[in-house]
Design a protein around this ligand. Structure first.
Ligand code: MN
Length: 484
């Protein structure tokens, strides 16, 4: 892998520390403390009840699937699962939080001390440690109407279950920040706890960045980049922030701890507010929810549901012969990985991964289609590879078969028959055509034999024409060399 260029390269005296907090919306059927549908409601405030709308006097009841998914996430990120975890109230005022507090976890989060492995640019593995994963509820949304002074509150999102996944500031480059986020994004999708849809806010990263002189023993003052919804923007914002903070330090200014936004138009970060301290929130134990007790049996039940995780899968695929680059692309999308493995089980063809990455992904992109919508099933793909490997069809014909199967779902054998694409593969058959061609062009033969090497191509072309493009080019080449 080539070295990724970073603005940090220009400041060899400086080091970087990044810690990332990710909020992940869980894919439970109902909200965290009530029976209202989770993720429903296209019109504002159409998917709420007295509990998630924060009416006074209502009581929360924890959705059991929330700790289920939290345990799954904890196990997938090598965490300790807390046996007695406690909910807390975090107080702040915002119109989209009618209760005036968020139910979250403070001192006893459900998961602690995990790590996520990432692959560095030199191929080595680094573990990014996790401080904690805790359960909490999402707030509603404030909508500031454009061109007016009016603001609206939509509580459809209020009470959506979240996991907040907090890393140590172990991340030391923009590359590592993106690698960490991609790894976490893959994990939550693999274990099915989150859709990972960043545009819809299902996976939201807050990135804490601080720079310091390399020899400094303490970390620098950090700034938090809030809710940036694409990996590319996060990378761009981190690069900007590295330079901004170093410039400030170099010119003798003090960095103030604050929350900043990424302006996608101007490509700059902007101060949003000075960061609150934990004491400002007046955390206290939530009196309306019992202690969440988790026993070994519960943890083992969840462990049994863990699939092979993306990091392990990528390593296995590389051991099985894929390049790191190929394994990365295959593993990034679980559906694609499942597709590859289903086809792999049916064919040993070395060409399979190429056809999946080039032809299948190309086809999906061109037709703006999901894998599930495509008629080229893993079974047909494996069969097509076998037809190609056995020389029944050549590569050009395979492309034609691919396109037809992908569009119609016809069996590859039927397409080959219908379109007459079967290769003229037997040496005897082809040799007869080669000999006839040579006999038909004595002048060109003489030219070739007198040293005009490029006449060879003329004969290949003639034979291919006589076989209507269905001859095996390798065999034709051999036969022409032998007979000319
Ligand atoms: Mn949070």
């Amino acid at each position: 892998m080539s070295k990724h260029v970073s603005v940090l390269d220009q400041y060899p005296d400086y080091a970087l520390n990044i810690g990332i907090e990710v909020h992940v919306q869980l894919t439970t059927a109902s909200k965290i403390f009530c029976a209202t549908a989770n993720g429903g409601g296209t019109t504002p405030n159409s998917c709420i009840c007295i509990v998630c709308a924060g009416y006074p006097g209502v009581l929360p009841v924890l959705n059991k699937n929330v700790p289920n998914l939290a345990i799954l996430a904890g196990l997938a990120t090598n965490c300790q699962i807390t046996r007695r975890s406690i909910f807390a109230r975090k107080h702040y005022f915002y119109p989209d939080l009618p209760k005036g507090y968020q139910v979250t976890q403070a001192d006893e989060p459900i998961c602690t001390q995990g790590y996520i492995p990432i692959v560095l640019e030199d191929g080595s593995i680094k573990k990014i440690r996790l401080i904690r994963i805790h359960i909490e509820e999402d707030a509603g949304k404030n909508i500031h109407a454009a061109g007016t002074n009016e603001s609206f509150v939509d509580l459809n999102r209020a009470g959506t279950p979240l996991l907040e996944i907090v890393s140590y500031p172990d991340i030391e480059s923009t590359y590592e920040a993106k690698a960490y986020l991609k790894a976490l994004h893959q994990i939550v999708r693999y274990i099915g706890v989150c859709t990972g849809n960043m545009d819809e806010g299902a996976f939201r990263a807050d990135t804490n960045i601080s720079v310091r002189k390399k020899d400094a023993t303490e970390m620098g003052t950090r700034c938090e980049l809030k809710n940036i919804n694409s990996f590319k923007f996060i990378g761009d914002a981190v690069e900007y922030e590295i330079e901004r903070q170093i410039d400030m330090l170099e010119s003798g200014q003090k960095i103030v701890q604050q929350t900043r936004l990424w302006d996608t138009q101007q490509k700059v970060t902007r101060a949003m507010r000075s960061k609150e301290e934990a004491a400002d929130y007046r955390y206290f134990p939530e009196p309306d929810l019992p202690i969440l007790e988790i026993d070994d049996a519960w943890i083992e039940r969840m462990r049994a549901q863990l699939p092979e995780l993306p990091f392990a899968k990528a390593q296995r695929l590389v051991q099985e012969g894929l390049s790191a680059y190929e394994a990365d692309i295959i593993v990034d999308d679980k559906d694609l990985a499942d597709y590859y493995e289903a086809a792999r089980a049916l064919t040993g063809s070395k060409q399979l991964v190429n056809w999946i990455l080039r032809d299948l992904l190309g086809y999906l992109k061109e037709h703006k289609m999901d894998l599930a919508q495509c008629c080229m099933t893993p079974t047909y793909m494996a069969h097509l590879m076998d037809l190609l490997d056995k020389g029944v069809i050549n590569a050009a014909a395979a492309k034609e078969v691919f396109a037809a199967v992908a569009a119609t779902g016809q069996h590859p054998d039927d397409v080959v028959k219908e379109k007459g694409l079967q290769q003229i593969g037997s040496v005897d058959e082809l040799e007869a055509i080669v000999k006839a061609t040579i006999a038909a062009y004595p002048e060109q033969v003489a030219q070739y034999r007198s040293g005009k090497d490029k006449m060879f191509g003329f004969f290949v072309g003639q034979v291919m024409k006589d076989t209507k493009g269905k001859g095996n080019p390798a065999i034709i080449n051999d036969l022409l060399k032998k007979n000319l």
